[in-house]
Design a protein around this ligand. Structure first.
Ligand code: BV8
Length: 231
């Protein structure tokens, strides 16, 4: 089992107190996703969209990594083979737990993107519309978030990792959004074993060799212990 690819979604951050999208208290609660997570929404009501992400960025100060994030960071440190954590999450809990071999395919709350020159810059405060880009000085900074209809980040790197994976593990995601929801099929096509760790069956469960149901805070540390014992 030399090459592991791990996909995480909002479910891995749920036990840290960050709302998931499609649960009862779902994050999109109070907002239709197309009102806050599309280029049209940003053009139509920039103040609403910037405020939606400002609130979520500010909330990061009140949460901490949970046992699942910490276990993945432990695996990252100990695993001598290839390993890549691909997160759909825009929070910084994987980093704060110490994960290194990590990428955010849907962007990050703690980053601002210049709509004019494409520069990304670390950002941890409020980001009002009209904020000025440090590179090109245009007042065009926007949340560095991949909206619906926009191309996720680092897709070539992800496809490359999936094509070489021996094991693909999906943690805390509903399998509702593409292209992430299709990664399990890509991994299978290239011969990877596939494992899903989730609170409930997802839209993609049928594609996994094995699904373990339960909270990530319990399932992920147990799985990391298991995989390191067999390493
Ligand atoms: C693109 C932004 C192409 C940041 C997000 C029709 C068919 C197929 C596809 C499409 C279609 N129409 C449109 C599309 C494409 C579209 C899409 O897939 N739409 C869906 C709705 C059908 N996708 C896109 O637009 C993507 N881009 O396709 O570009 C392209 C090609 C060429 C050129 C240009 C473009 C971009 C999608 C990115 C959207 N941005 N996030 C933010 O605001 O957070 S999506 C957002 O929702 C997340 O990032 C994540 O990806 C997605 C799903 O959320 P989850 O993480 O899974 O969370 P969810 O709440 O849904 O589920 C939580 C799970 O955890 C549950 O299963 C629950 O049981 C579990 N859980 C809960 N608690 C726990 C737990 N598990 C363990 N432990 C617990 N304690």
């Amino acid at each position: 089992m030399r090459h592991i690819v791990i996909l995480t979604g909002a479910g891995i951050s749920a036990e840290s107190g960050i709302a998931t999208f499609r649960g009862p208290g779902g994050l999109w609660e109070g907002h239709r996703v197309e009102d806050v997570c599309t280029p049209a929404a940003l053009a139509r009501d920039p103040a609403l969209v910037h405020r939606f992400y400002d609130l979520r960025r500010a909330a990061l100060a009140a949460v901490a990594p949970n046992a699942a994030h910490n276990a993945l960071a432990r695996l990252d440190r100990a695993w001598r083979g290839e390993l890549l954590i691909v997160t759909q999450n825009v929070d910084d809990l994987h980093e704060r737990a110490g994960a290194r071999r990590l990428l955010h395919m849907h962007g990050e709350l703690r980053s601002a993107l210049c709509a004019s020159c494409g520069a990304q810059q670390a950002w941890s405060e409020a980001l009002p519309p009209g904020s000025v880009c440090a590179d090109c000085h245009a007042p065009e900074l926007r949340p560095d978030i991949v909206f619906f209809g926009e191309m996720p980040y680092q897709m070539e790197r992800i496809d490359d990792a999936l094509s070489q994976a021996d094991l693909f593990v999906s943690i805390g995601t509903s399998g509702a959004v593409y292209p992430a929801a299709g990664f399990v099929r890509l991994a299978r096509q290239h011969g990877a074993a596939t494992l899903e760790l989730n609170l409930e069956r997802s839209e993609g469960s049928a594609w996994f060799d094995e699904t373990r149901l339960g909270p990530a805070g319990t399932l992920v540390p147990a799985w990391v212990d298991e995989i390191l014992e067999t390493a």
